[in-house]
Design a protein around this ligand. Sequence first.
Ligand code: PEP
Length: 255
Amino acid sequence: MARKPFIAGNWKMNQNHLEAIALVQKIAFALPEKYYAKVDVAVLPPFTDIRSVQTLVDGDKLSLTYGAQDLSPHDAGAYTGDISGVMLAKLGCKFVAVGHSERREYHAETDELVNKKVKAALKHGITPILCIGEKLEVREAGEHIHHTTTQLIEGLKGLKAEQVKDVVVAYEPVWAIGTGKVASSADAEEVCKAIRATLQEKYGDEVASSVRVLYGGSVKSGNISELVGCENIDGALVGGASLDGEEFTKLCALA
Ligand code: PEP
């Protein structure tokens, strides 16, 4: 089955709501509506920007989609500082990143919590972008495939095949995030292929051939073509380069 390429821009903790408007306007101007027939594009701004992005996307009827960088596993209640899937769905979010390595590292997110967040997203009709990937010492020990596929299995635990079909997986080797060190396309493809083989083994051919597997880690306009040229890489989760409208749209146009 042909999978539509997907590029998602993770803005991390950057851009206030006014800067967000300017950045979305740049993206809208540079990517003509007909472009979206070929590639799906989403931006993942900080929570405080989402309402502004929604207003622009709805007002101009843009095909650009948007989402959040995290969500609570709970729907509502005494969870100070958290944002729920109910709230994100109400704001028109189509995607949410779950288990990003920065959340795992700075907020001690475990596979168990990540699994609950994946389920919370699906419950509210939001596509989780499940982020998995190894640290440098794990790769150096030759354990990167085992580590990453274990994170995948744990992150999807308890889901039915028809739910897994709606998940996007992002392979993000931690040593390549924000470091300028991109994985070689052969290294990225090796792990993305193992991710697809694991999906096939656990959920069957149809799921394995329909789930989009992205690569993330220092993706730029200069390396995107080679990465998406790999059989099992369906697009990219882009951090730093998604903050520069010109660079991001150039990258999208090459996907
Ligand atoms: C990310 O934040 O998911 C990411 C891949 O960052 P960068 O592109 O900056 O490495």
